[in-house]
Design a binder for this molecule. Structure first.
Ligand code: HEC
Ligand code: HEC
Length: 366
């Protein structure tokens, strides 16, 4: 069940012996600028983030080096990682959209649709429940899933990929710089891609600036939205919590939310989430202005529609989060239009323009 997505989408990583051995990008030009990929977090959040990180049980994230992450960046954008040389990670994860892709569901290499909405990539180094159902415990674990889990042939295909990449002119050097040896192996491919993912931090929004000045940079409307977001009336922050605006620090929360995932009373469709209980991961709201459409299946086109759901759309379900229950009824929060406008204004302060434009995360194939 939970690998439906993988089999549907990540078939692109099938490298069968009859795959076209096209290495025609021999004259490809790469952005070879040396960027600093060290994991960059604001001082104000250091303690909180260190705490999340040490709580990530069994975390296998690699150490990030500049050369390793630079190699990971090339792999992330290289269509050679797909069987027909047409799809890369970057095809479904666009930097200007905070690495979401603006679609409800997304086409894989042969036009088949993914089961879920492409997820924005938001501080994965600090997450221990990646994907909409939280099934990957860290970035390293995640890259291994796309790369090896999609088919029965496992490592044989990965060896094929390693061989395929060895035939390009640019990888020998990049692997040598990152690992002191130009041998290409599946482990190194995963490791480098995980390093790139770990380096992707987004903590430079208007909100982050505001922390330094007691939010004197906020408009009255944004401040009102912030109060509503944090206040006990709707308590958005109870779930979208902490400096990451997801659920990392409420792992043992009572009742409804387990492992940072919960049921918010969305009418259920074919995809019923974790254990078919309508539970999905509590997503980070950083850059949420850019990551439409919303929810695991992209059912809402706008933030207004998301707030309308919380306002009057929550449906009673057995596994509905207890915070949304009122006895046997689902709560209706009846968020007023003024409050809605303020909440949306606040959510937009979480946009980090630097993250959306930083060349170190951009497509290196010029
Ligand atoms: C065909 C489109 C497609 C391609 C290609 C693709 N992804 Fe994704 N990605 C998705 C979808 C859809 C999801 C959400 C799936 C889910 O949660 O079950 C996702 C989720 C993710 C997440 C989880 C983010 C989070 O916070 O939970 C990361 C990280 C990620 N992808 C990285 C990658 C990397 C690295 C590659 C290349 C090896 C890749 N993706 C290739 C569509 C794609
Ligand atoms: C009980 C926990 C909980 C509370 C409280 C909560 N949310 Fe959510 N929120 C979630 C979950 C879980 C999802 C993802 C559901 C899904 O995809 O099926 C979500 C999704 C969202 C999304 C869509 C994000 C995306 O990337 O698709 C936005 C925006 C959002 N919430 C804003 C809010 C606001 C504003 C409030 C307060 C009015 C709020 N949330 C209160 C748990 C919560």
């Amino acid at each position: 069940m939970k690998f439906q997505f993988l089999s549907a989408v990540l078939l692109l990583f099938v490298f069968s012996a009859c795959a076209p051995e096209s290495t025609t990008q021999e004259d490809v030009k790469l952005d070879q600028t040396e960027y600093d990929y060290s994991i960059n977090v604001p001082n104000s959040a250091k303690n909180e983030l260190a705490n999340y990180y040490s709580n990530s049980v069994g975390n296998t994230n690699p150490d990030v080096t500049n050369a390793g992450a630079a190699l990971g960046r090339v792999l992330f954008y290289d269509t050679k990682l797909s069987i027909n040389n047409e799809v890369s990670c970057g095809t479904c994860h666009h930097q200007d959209l905070a690495f979401a892709d603006g679609k409800n569901l997304t086409e894989g290499f042969n036009g088949q649709l993914t089961v879920r909405n492409s997820k924005a990539i938001t501080n994965p180094y600090f997450a221990n429940n990646l994907f909409w159902d939280g099934r990957a415990s860290d970035a390293m674990n995640l890259t291994l899933q796309p790369v090896s889990n999609h088919i029965e042939m496992g490592m044989e295909d990965m060896d094929f990929l390693a061989k395929k990449l060895s035939k390009t002119n640019y990888y020998t050097d990049l692997f040598k710089k990152a690992y002191n040896s130009s041998d290409i192996t599946s482990e190194k491919i995963s490791d480098a891609m995980a390093q790139f993912l770990c380096s992707m931090t987004t903590f430079e929004s208007k909100y982050d600036e505001g922390i330094k000045s007691n939010f004197s940079n906020f408009t009255a409307l944004e401040l009102k939205g912030k109060r509503l977001f944090e206040g006990s009336k709707y308590f958005c922050q109870g779930c979208h919590s902490g400096i990451t605006f997801d659920a990392e620090n409420q792992f043992s929360y009572y009742g409804g939310s387990q492992n940072g995932a919960t049921n918010i009373g969305l009418p259920l469709t074919r995809d019923k989430g974790i254990n078919d209980e309508g539970r999905f991961r509590i997503p980070s709201l950083r850059n949420v202005e850019k990551t439409a459409p919303y929810m695991h299946d992209g059912r809402f086109a706008t933030l207004d529609q998301v707030i309308d759901h919380y306002s009057k759309g929550i449906e009673m379900q057995e596994m509905l989060d207890p915070r949304f229950k009122n006895g046997n009824q689902a709560k209706k929060f009846n968020i007023s239009d003024d409050e809605k406008v303020a909440l949306v204004a606040f959510l937009k302060t979480l946009t980090d323009e630097k993250y959306l434009t930083n060349p170190k995360y951009s497509n290196p194939f010029l």
